[in-house]
Design a protein around this ligand. Structure first.
Ligand SMILES: Cc1cc2nc3c(=O)[nH]c(=O)nc-3n(C[C@H](O)[C@H](O)[C@H](O)COP(=O)(O)OP(=O)(O)OC[C@H]3O[C@@H](n4cnc5c(N)ncnc54)[C@H](O)[C@@H]3O)c2cc1C
Length: 376
C-alpha cells in the first residue's frame, strides 16, 4: 500500500526538487515524497536549459552559489554518476561596445573569487572561434575550467541516490491543494489522495508562486520569463566541435557547439504566465540578425530544432530558499532564474541543511531567506 505520511513532501521534480531529495537522503532523511505532475522528471525548465556552468555573475551571492556547484560538478561523490557531469569545454565572455567598460571590473571579481580565467585580446578570441568578426578594441575572458553540464546525468544521479535511500519518487502526480491546520501547512491534496508531512517544499519552478498561494504563504512575487534556444548546422567548412560556449551581452546572443551543430540563444527574457513555453519566431529572427553582426559566417539557412523554457526570478534575482515567515511547515525552493542547474548542488545542500538542522555552514542563508522581503 502506498505511504501517505512523510517527513518531507517536495512539490516539483525538476533539478531543484531532485537535488533536495538527494541532499536530504545524504543527511539520513529518506522519508520523502517527491511529486512531479508531468509523466517525466525535468520536463519543464530543467530539460530545456543551455546546460552551461559559467562561474561569473554580476550578483556576488549568485556567483558564490555557482562556484559551490562547480566544485560538485567537477568532483561528484563516488558512485553518484556513471559519466562525467561536466565537459570542461570552456566559456568565452565577449566584451564589446557598451560592455567594454565592465571588462576590468570582471577581471578583478574573478581574481578575487578564485575563478580560473584568462583575459584574451580580440585576435586570441578569434583564434579560438574563427567565425567571430571582432574589432581591434574588443576583448574576451576565457573561463578555462567551465563548460557544459550533462543535465540528464546530474538529474538521474540525484533521483537514483534518493530513490535508493528510500525516497518515494512519483510522476504524473499533481498537487492541487495544500491543507493548513492553524498556522501550519500539514498536507497536500494530490491525484493520489491526501498526503501529510512535517515539511511541504515548494520546488515548483515557474509554478512556485501558485503553489505558495495554495498555502496562503507570504506574498513573494516570482516572475517566470521565457528564454529560447535554436539548433542549426554550421557551414560545412567550419569544425566547431572544440569551440567554447561564447556569450556576448553586447549582442544579446550566446552560442555553443551542440551535438555536431550549434546552439544559439537570443537571451530573451519575456515575462510570461507559467506554461509549457513555446518559441517565438520573431525573437529568433531578431537574434539571427544580431548574430550576423557578431559572426556573419554562422548565420543559418535553416533551423534543425527550436524550443523555449521558463527562467523564474525573485524580486532581487536571488533564489528564495527557506521556511516561509508566515506559514509553518511551508518551505520555499524557488527563483533559480538562469542558473538553477549549475547551482543545484549548492542550493539543494543548503535547503537540506535548513530543513534538518535549521542552519547551514555552506552559505549565508539569510541572503536566500524568504523573510528578506519583509524585513524593514
Ligand atoms: C532556455 C534556458 C536556458 C537555461 N540555461 C541554463 C544554464 O545554462 N545553466 C543553468 O544552470 N541554468 C540554466 N537555465 C535555468 C534552469 O533551467 C532553471 O533554473 C532550473 O531548471 C529550474 O529548476 P526547477 O526544478 O526549479 O524548475 P523545473 O525544472 O521547471 O521543475 C519544476 C517542476 O515542478 C512541477 N510542478 C509544478 N507545479 C506542480 C504541482 N502543483 N504538482 C506537482 N508538480 C508540479 C513542474 O511540472 C516542473 O517539472 C536555463 C533555463 C532556460 C529556460
Amino acid at each position: 500500500m502506498d505511504r501517505t505520511d512523510f517527513e518531507v513532501i517536495i512539490i516539483g521534480g525538476g533539478i531543484a526538487g531532485a537535488s533536495l531529495a538527494y541532499f536530504l537522503s545524504q543527511k539520513g532523511v529518506s522519508d520523502i515524497a517527491l511529486l512531479e505532475r508531468e509523466p517525466q522528471h525535468g520536463y519543464h525548465s530543467t530539460g530545456r536549459s543551455a546546460a552551461s556552468l559559467v562561474e561569473w555573475d554580476p550578483i556576488a551571492s549568485v556567483q558564490q552559489l555557482k562556484a559551490i556547484g562547480g566544485k560538485f560538478l567537477r568532483n561528484p561523490p563516488a558512485g553518484f554518476c556513471e559519466n562525467p557531469l561536466l565537459l570542461p569545454s570552456q566559456v568565452m565572455l565577449l566584451y564589446r561596445g557598451a560592455m567594454l567598460g565592465d571588462f576590468d571590473a570582471t577581471l578583478g571579481t574573478l581574481s578575487r573569487d578564485g575563478v580560473e580565467f584568462a583575459p584574451l585580446s580580440h585576435s586570441e578570441a578569434i583564434a579560438r572561434v574563427p567565425a567571430l568578426d571582432l574589432g581591434g578594441s574588443d576583448r574576451a575572458i576565457l573561463l578555462s575550467a567551465d563548460g557544459r553540464i550533462d543535465v540528464h546525468e546530474l538529474l538521474t544521479g540525484y533521483l537514483r541516490s534518493a530513490r535508493h535511500a528510500g525516497a518515494d519518487i512519483r510522476v504524473s502526480t499533481e498537487v492541487r491543494g495544500l491543507v493548513t491546520d492553524g498556522e501550519r501547512c500539514v498536507g497536500a491534496l494530490t491525484d493520489a489522495g491526501m498526503l501529510t508531512a512535517k515539511w511541504i517544499v515548494d520546488a515548483a519552478g515557474a509554478w512556485g508562486g501558485l503553489v505558495a498561494k495554495l498555502a496562503n504563504a507570504a506574498p513573494i512575487r516570482l516572475e517566470p520569463r521565457r528564454r529560447t534556444i535554436v539548433i542549426f548546422d554550421p557551414p560545412s567548412d567550419l569544425d566547431v566541435r572544440a569551440w567554447p560556449f561564447v556569450i556576448s551581452e553586447a549582442d544579446q546572443v550566446y552560442f555553443s557547439p551542440e551535438s555536431g551543430g550549434l546552439l544559439l540563444s537570443p537571451m530573451d527574457q519575456i515575462p510570461i504566465e507559467p506554461c509549457d513555453a513555446q518559441p517565438d519566431d520573431e525573437i529568433i529572427a531578431a537574434a539571427i540578425e544580431r548574430l550576423r553582426s557578431l559572426a556573419p559566417r554562422l548565420v543559418p539557412r535553416a533551423l534543425k530544432r527550436r524550443w523555449a523554457g521558463l527562467r523564474t526570478f525573485s524580486p532581487d534575482s536571488v533564489p528564495v530558499v527557506g521556511p516561509d515567515p508566515r506559514v509553518k511547515g511551508f518551505f520555499w525552493l524557488t527563483g533559480q532564474a538562469g542558473f538553477g542547474i549549475e547551482s543545484s548542488p549548492a542550493i539543494g545542500r543548503i535547503a537540506a541543511d535548513l530543513i534538518v538542522d535549521g542552519s547551514t555552514d555552506v552559505f549565508d542563508a539569510s541572503i536566500l531567506s524568504p523573510a528578506r522581503f519583509f524585513e524593514k
